[in-house]
Design a protein around this ligand. Structure first.
Ligand SMILES: *[C@@H]1O[C@H](CO)[C@@H](O)[C@H](O)[C@H]1NC(C)=O
Ligand SMILES: *[C@@H]1O[C@H](CO)[C@@H](O)[C@H](O)[C@H]1NC(C)=O
Ligand SMILES: *[C@@H]1O[C@H](CO)[C@@H](O)[C@H](O)[C@H]1NC(C)=O
Ligand SMILES: *[C@@H]1O[C@H](CO)[C@@H](O)[C@H](O)[C@H]1NC(C)=O
Ligand SMILES: *[C@@H]1O[C@H](CO)[C@@H](O)[C@H](O)[C@H]1NC(C)=O
Ligand SMILES: *[C@@H]1O[C@H](CO)[C@@H](O)[C@H](O)[C@H]1NC(C)=O
Ligand SMILES: *[C@@H]1O[C@H](CO)[C@@H](O)[C@H](O)[C@H]1NC(C)=O
Ligand SMILES: *[C@@H]1O[C@H](CO)[C@@H](O)[C@H](O)[C@H]1NC(C)=O
Ligand SMILES: *[C@@H]1O[C@H](CO)[C@@H](O)[C@H](O)[C@H]1NC(C)=O
Ligand SMILES: *[C@@H]1O[C@H](CO)[C@@H](O)[C@H](O)[C@H]1NC(C)=O
Ligand SMILES: *[C@@H]1O[C@H](CO)[C@@H](O)[C@H](O)[C@H]1NC(C)=O
Length: 458
C-alpha cells in the first residue's frame, strides 16, 4: 500500500519532461545537435531537432529519462535514410541505454567514445556502411545486453575485451571483413544466447570455451576460414538450435552420439566448399528430432545413410558431393522414410556413390518437394512414371547415372519446373511432346543419351 502511495506521488510530482530539458544542463541538447550535424538527413527525419525548437525531449525518436528529465535514454532511428557519420559527441549522452541506427547508410568509423556510455544496454549499428575497426572501448559498456554491427564494412579483429561484457546475450558481427581469431575470451560471455560471426575472414580454431556457454542457442560462423575441428562438446550443448560452420576449413568426424544431446537443434550447417568432414553420418542424428535443415554437402562423409536419419523430417536435406553410397534396397531405406516427411522441400544427394536401382518410391514424396537432385551417382533402373505427381518440383536432376528406359510423359505436367537435367544416361525413345507445357523451363539438358526421333515443335 505504502509503495503504491509513493509511486502515485512520484508520478504526480515528476513530469515526464521538465524545463531542465530546455536548457540541457548536462549538454545532451548540444550532443544531439552535434550528432545531427554530422549526419545527412535527406528524408527530414530529424527536422524537429533544431535550435529553435526548445524541448529536446520532444524531438522525434528521442526518449528522455523519467527520473532525470534532461537526460536522453534512447535514440531509435532505424530505417531513417540517415547518411553521414556518427559524431563522437554521441559519447556525451551518458544516460543512453538504447541506440538504434539499424538500416541507414552511415559511413565513417564507430566512435570509440561509445565506450563512455556505461548505461548502454542495446547498441544496434547493423546494415550501414561503417568502416574501421570495432572499437575496443566498447568493452567499457559493461551493461551491454545486445551488440550488433552486422553487415557493414568493418575490418580489424574482434576485440578480446568484449569477453568481459558479462551481461551480453546477443553479439552480431557477421558480414564484415573481420580478420584474426575468435577471441577465446568470448567463452566468458556466460549468458550469451546468439553469436553471429558469419561471412568474415576469421581464421584459427574454434575456441573450446564457446561450447560451455549454457544458454547459447545460435552460433553462425559460416563463410570464414576457421580450421581444425569442432570441439566435441558443441555436440553436447542442449541449448543449441542453430549450429552453423559451413564453408570454412574444418575437418573431423561427427561423434557417434552427435544427436543425442541436441533436443532443440533446428539447423545444422556443416557443408559448403572448404570443409572436409569425414567418416559416417551417425545414426544418432535421429535423436535431434527438431532438425529442419540438414546441411552436410561438399564433405567426405562416407558409408550408407542410416535409415534412422530418414525418420527426421527436415525442410532441407543437403548431402551432395560426399562419398555416400547405396548398393541395395536396404541402403535406400533412408530415402523411403523421407518420402513420409510432409515438410521436405529440398533433397540433394547428388555427386555421391548411390547405386543400385533408382527406387520407384521417389515418385511418392508427400512433402512439397521443390528440388530433387540425384545426379552424378551410379543408379540404374528407370525414371519412375508417377514422378509427374511431384507438382511443386522446380529442379529435377538425374544426370550422370546409368538410367535406361524412356523419359516419362508425365514430367510435362510439372508446370513449375525450371531445371531438368538427365544428361549422360542411357535413356531412349523420344522427347515427350508434353514438354511444350513446361513454360517455366530455363534449363533442359538431355545430351548424351540414346534419345531418337524428332524434337517436338512445341
Ligand atoms: C562532449 O564532451 C566533450 C568532453 O567532455 C566536450 O569536449 C564536447 O564539447 C562535448 N560536446 C558537445 C557537443 O557538447
Ligand atoms: C524545428 O522543429 C519544430 C518542431 O519541433 C518545427 O515545428 C519547426 O518547423 C522546425 N524548424 C525548422 C527550421 O526546421
Ligand atoms: C575505457 O576504459 C579504459 C580503461 O579503464 C580507459 O582507458 C578508456 O579511456 C575508456 N574509454 C572510454 C571511451 O571511456
Ligand atoms: C575469463 O574470465 C576469467 C575471470 O575473469 C579470467 O581469469 C580469464 O582470463 C578469462 N578468460 C579468457 C579466455 O579471457
Ligand atoms: C554431455 O551432457 C550429458 C548430459 O547432458 C552429460 O551427462 C555428459 O557428461 C556430457 N558430456 C561431456 C563430455 O561433457
Ligand atoms: C578430406 O578428408 C579425407 C578423409 O579424411 C581425405 O582422404 C582427403 O584427402 C581430404 N581432402 C582434402 C581436400 O583435404
Ligand atoms: C535416441 O534414439 C534411440 C533410437 O534411435 C533411442 O533408443 C534413444 O532412447 C534416443 N535417445 C534419446 C536421448 O532420445
Ligand atoms: C510412413 O508413415 C506411415 C504412417 O505414419 C507409417 O505407417 C509408415 O511406416 C511410414 N513409412 C516409412 C517408410 O517411414
Ligand atoms: C506410391 O504410392 C502409391 C499410392 O499411395 C502406392 O500405391 C505405391 O505402392 C507407392 N509406391 C511405392 C514404390 O512405394
Ligand atoms: C498441355 O496442357 C494442356 C492443358 O493443361 C493439355 O490439355 C495438353 O494435353 C497438354 N499437352 C501435352 C502435350 O501434354
Ligand atoms: C527409336 O528407337 C526405338 C528403339 O530403341 C525404335 O523402336 C523407335 O522406332 C525409334 N523411333 C524413331 C522415331 O526413330
Amino acid at each position: 500500500m505504502l509503495t503504491l502511495l509513493l509511486l502515485a506521488l512520484l508520478l504526480t510530482c515528476w513530469p515526464a519532461s521538465s524545463s531542465s530539458s530546455l536548457t540541457g544542463e548536462h549538454g545532451d541538447r548540444e550532443a544531439l545537435l552535434a550528432f545531427k550535424e554530422a549526419l545527412s538527413d535527406d528524408s527530414g527525419a530529424l527536422s524537429s531537432w533544431n535550435a529553435s525548437s526548445s524541448d529536446f525531449c520532444r524531438w522525434a525518436s528521442v526518449t528522455c529519462s523519467r527520473r532525470h528529465p534532461s537526460r536522453v535514454v534512447s535514440l531509435s532511428l532505424r530505417y531513417r535514410k540517415l547518411g553521414g557519420s556518427i559524431s563522437p559527441d554521441i559519447g556525451n549522452l551518458t544516460f543512453l541505454r538504447r541506440l538504434d541506427l539499424f538500416y541507414n547508410t552511415l559511413s565513417g568509423e564507430i566512435p570509440h567514445t561509445l565506450g563512455r556510455l556505461r548505461r548502454l544496454r542495446f547498441l544496434e549499428l547493423a546494415y550501414n556502411s561503417l568502416a574501421g575497426e570495432i572499437p575496443a572501448d566498447l568493452s567499457n559498456c559493461s551493461n551491454l545486453v545486445y551488440l550488433s554491427v552486422e553487415v557493414n564494412g568493418l575490418h580489424g579483429g574482434i576485440p578480446s575485451g568484449l569477453g568481459s561484457l558479462s551481461q551480453l546475450q546477443d553479439l552480431y558481427v557477421g558480414e564484415n571483413n573481420i580478420v584474426g581469431r575468435i577471441p577465446p575470451s568470448l567463452g566468458n560471455l556466460s549468458v550469451l544466447e546468439s553469436l553471429a560471426l558469419y561471412q568474415n575472414k576469421l581464421e584459427g580454431t574454434i575456441p573450446e570455451g564457446l561450447s560451455r556457454l549454457r544458454y547459447l542457442r545460435y552460433i553462425q560462423a559460416g563463410r570464414n576460414s576457421l580450421s581444425g575441428t569442432i570441439p566435441p562438446l558443441f555436440f553436447n550443448m542442449s541449448s543449441l538450435q542453430y549450429l552453423g560452420f559451413s564453408s570454412n576449413k574444418l575437418h573431423g568426424r561427427l561423434p557417434p552420439d552427435v544427436g543425442r544431446h541436441l533436443p532443440d537443434l533446428q539447423v545444422l550447417r556443416l557443408g559448403g566448399v572448404g570443409n572436409n568432414f569425414s567418416g559416417p553420418i551417425p545414426s544418432s542424428l535421429h535423436n535431434a528430432t527438431g532438425i529442419q535443415e540438414l546441411g552436410l554437402a561438399s564433405n567426405s562423409f562416407e558409408g550408407r545413410v542410416p535409415p534412422e536419419v530418414g525418420m527426421l523430417c527436415p525442410v532441407s536435406v543437403e548431402m551432395g558431393s560426399n562419398m555416400l553410397h547405396a548398393e541395395d534396397d536396404a541402403d535406400w531405406e533412408f530415402l523411403r522414410h523421407f518420402t513420409n516427411c510432409t515438410r521436405l522441400r529440398v533433397l540433394d544427394i547428388s555427386d555421391n556413390s548411390f547405386g543400385g536401382v533408382l527406387p520407384s518410391f521417389v515418385a511418392n514424396f508427400t512433402g512439397p518437394l521443390i528440388d530433387l537432385l540425384m545426379g552424378k551417382n551410379r543408379m540404374s533402373g528407370v525414371i519412375p512414371p508417377g514422378i509427374g505427381n511431384l507438382l511443386d518440383l522446380e529442379a529435377l536432376e538425374f544426370a550422370g547415372n546409368d538410367l535406361h528406359g524412356v523419359i516419362p510423359e508425365d514430367i510435362g505436367g510439372l508446370w513449375n519446373l525450371k531445371y531438368f537435367s538427365v544428361e549422360e544416361n542411357l535413356l531412349s525413345g523420344g522427347i515427350p511432346s508434353s514438354f511444350g507445357n513446361l513454360t517455366q523451363l530455363l534449363t533442359l539438358v538431355l545430351s548424351n543419351n540414346r534419345l531418337n526421333g524428332s524434337i517436338p515443335e512445341c
